[in-house]
Ligand binder design. Structure first.
Ligand code: GDP
Ligand code: MG
Length: 164
């Protein structure tokens, strides 16, 4: 069985860009505005000789209101998390820590799912500044990555696979 990796995080942090980077496809829709990829997207990725299945999600806002598109996105994300062996939780190194990041961290902690926390958009930032504030999420190590440039992506995957 191929390990299944779910990409989770609030809208616009770069999940779909990371999905494209991991799967070598453009199946996920990358957008300059939040929340366009509303459904789950599955793709095949590879780390060295190991194959993985990657799930992109639309973005997760745990307390989205009734009837909101975000509510449906949250449901899709919960399903993707349930289907996965390990979660890659993506935050935005440039935008910094948000209340939604805390909500997602709490949700993942409650589930006790294996999880890797990555600070995306970290290219060109000094190494401390990329990650320091995200330690507050209480999920341990924070990996700086750049989905757009590929930096840190391989070691992120290797660490994710060690936690499966
Ligand atoms: P999603 O909503 O989490 O799926 O985010 P997207 O993948 O659609 O990306 C949202 C925005 O962030 C787009 O404008 C991307 O080009 C941009 N983005 C994604 N990854 C990076 C990155 O590594 N560095 C920078 N600077 N921008 C990025
Ligand atoms: Mg997306």
């Amino acid at each position: 069985m191929k390990p299944v990796i779910a990409l989770v995080g609030r809208p616009n942090v770069g999940k779909s860009t990371l999905f494209n980077r991991l799967t070598g496809t453009r199946d996920a829709i990358v957008a300059d505005f939040a929340g366009l990829t509303r459904d789950r997207h599955y793709g095949n990725g590879r780390v060295g000789k190991r194959e993985v299945i990657v799930i992109d999600t639309g973005g997760f806002e745990p307390d989205a209101g009734e009837g909101s598109i975000y509510r449906e996105m949250a449901k899709q994300t919960r399903q993707a998390v349930a289907e996965s062996d390990v979660v890659i939780f993506v935050v935005d190194a440039r935008a910094g820590l948000s209340a939604q990041d805390h909500d997602i961290a709490n949700y993942l902690r409650r589930l006790g799912k294996p999880c890797v926390l990555v600070a995306n958009k970290a290219e060109g930032m000094t190494s401390g500044a990329q990650t320091v504030e995200f330690f507050e999420l209480g999920l341990g190590e924070v990996l700086p990555v750049s989905a757009a440039h590929g930096q840190g992506v391989r070691s992120m995957l290797e660490i994710a696979l060690e936690r499966v």
